[in-house]
Design a protein around this ligand. Sequence first.
Ligand code: C5P
Length: 244
Amino acid sequence: MSNGSSPALQSNSGGDIRDRLIIGLDVPSVEEARSIVSRIGDAATFYKIGYQLGYAGGIEFARELIGQGKKVFLDLKLHDIGNTVEAGVRSIARMGVTFLTVHAYPQTMRGAVAGKAGSDLKILAVTVLTSYDDSDLVDAGYAPVPAAELVAKRAEQARDIGIDGIVCAATEAQRVRSIIGRNRLIVTPGIRPAGADAGDQKRIVTPAEGIRLGANHLVVGRPIVKADDPRAAAEAIVQEIAAA
Ligand code: C5P
């Protein structure tokens, strides 16, 4: 939805460039989240709510954001038996949420695709958590498999099951794109504007690099929500996306 953005913020395809930035509302309370969203104002259109805020009133807050015309990405990384995932996703789809994450297990993904039927909700699959390396997979009981191979296998399964997109590091985006094709989404965290504190992120890229590597949407948390001026930080990233 375009809410009166300037022509400079229109993408080639006519969409609103601001939609390509998803701000991670990784804060402990709805009060804090509401204050950040209000300071950012119309500089951003899309917010991500994960475990921290989600389990502290963030699901209700998601409805509030949607009511204000904002888009919401619920990063709940669902995983359960297919029937339970399907029912949960059906409830989430009714809220008017735009993106929802699930773990890329075939039963879970099939349940999610069934649950969103008839809605505009897009399901994003998380292939292998980026904190896992090859030895963590063995630790979790998998036969030895390189994490990169498991990422590729799960991306193929996600495509074949009809998942709308994949969440991955920008450094994996080109490989994932070659598997899922042009019509599915790639959403990447681990983004840092030049000069910003990396925090605990290891494989970081700038917003411009993330877009050039093929990301459709960038997830940015701390560089915006912890900034002295979150609105200016969001605007600078949107401009960088527009220039890329
Ligand atoms: O503050 P920062 O920009 O690092 O926030 C990134 C967001 O993306 C956080 O909400 C984090 O949980 C999420 N994320 C991530 N890496 C992944 C998957 C999700 O950083 N592989």
